[in-house]
Design a protein around this ligand. Structure first.
Ligand code: GDP
Length: 214
């Protein structure tokens, strides 16, 4: 079996604001999701590490942006990172903290030039909640690629999961015909893990969209 290119992911730092993130060079992919959607489990499944992102944390704890470093790419195109964005929506998070993260996430998506795309994780049984719509709106506004993982698919029949995927694709198509995509996923039975990994690696290995001309 081919080795997992995300396996070497290593924690670098946790940040409360974008100014604390690692230098904006190389390429990175951000992971977003409403709390409890299954984001930590998805990160663990994708990297093949049981405890990379802590699962089932205390509800309401202060959340942070967490940066993970990946081993250098073959093309040596600079550092490559995964960024775990804070999620909220399920657990009670004070409005002031929500407002802080709304602003930080918006600024991050707008300003971060190494950001190649967003993996947006939704519970397949509860998709397109306010947080998800906000993320899609932000990506739409900045022209960022967004790939949706409909996770916990193991909780539905194959037929129900297929229906949910069709419906999600329709919604994404209505928002933006290109640059938005979706798949079925499960961290429990590893459905769709290889496909999602390919999306992440495809973005990380993409040449820069606008290389400096000077
Ligand atoms: P996060 O808050 O988005 O990081 O969510 P977690 O990864 O901590 O998951 C929240 C809860 O959903 C935990 O109890 C997980 O065990 C469960 N969970 C996450 N992914 C899956 C999945 O693919 N299938 C099932 N059945 N449960 C999952």
């Amino acid at each position: 079996m081919a080795s997992n290119p995300l396996q070497g992911a290593q924690f670098i730092l946790a940040a409360h604001q974008i100014s604390q993130l690692p230098e904006d060079s190389g390429a990175e992919v951000a992971f977003a999701g409403r709390s409890n959607a299954g984001k930590s489990s998805a990160l663990n499944a994708l990297t093949g590490q049981k405890a990379l992102a802590r699962t089932s944390k205390t509800p309401g704890r202060t959340q942070q942006m967490v940066a993970f470093d990946l081993p250098a790419g073959r093309a040596a195109a600079g550092p490559r990172r995964l960024i775990d964005l804070p999620g909220y929506g399920y657990a009670k998070v004070p409005e002031a903290l929500r407002a802080h993260w709304r602003q930080e996430i918006d600024a991050y998506l707008n300003q971060r030039s190494s950001l190649r795309g967003v993996i947006l994780i939704m519970d397949i049984r509860h998709p397109l909640k306010d947080f998800d719509r906000m993320m899609l709106d932000f990506c739409e506004a900045t022209g960022l690629a967004c790939h949706v993982l409909l996770t916990k698919a193991d909780k539905l029949s194959r037929n129900q999961a297929g229906q949910a995927l069709l419906s999600m694709r329709k919604s994404l198509q209505a928002l933006r015909p290109e640059g938005f995509s979706a798949q079925v996923f499960s961290s429990s039975d590893m459905t769709g893990v290889d496909t999602a990994r390919e999306v992440v690696m495809g973005w990380l290995n993409e040449p820069e969209a606008e290389p400096d001309q000077d």
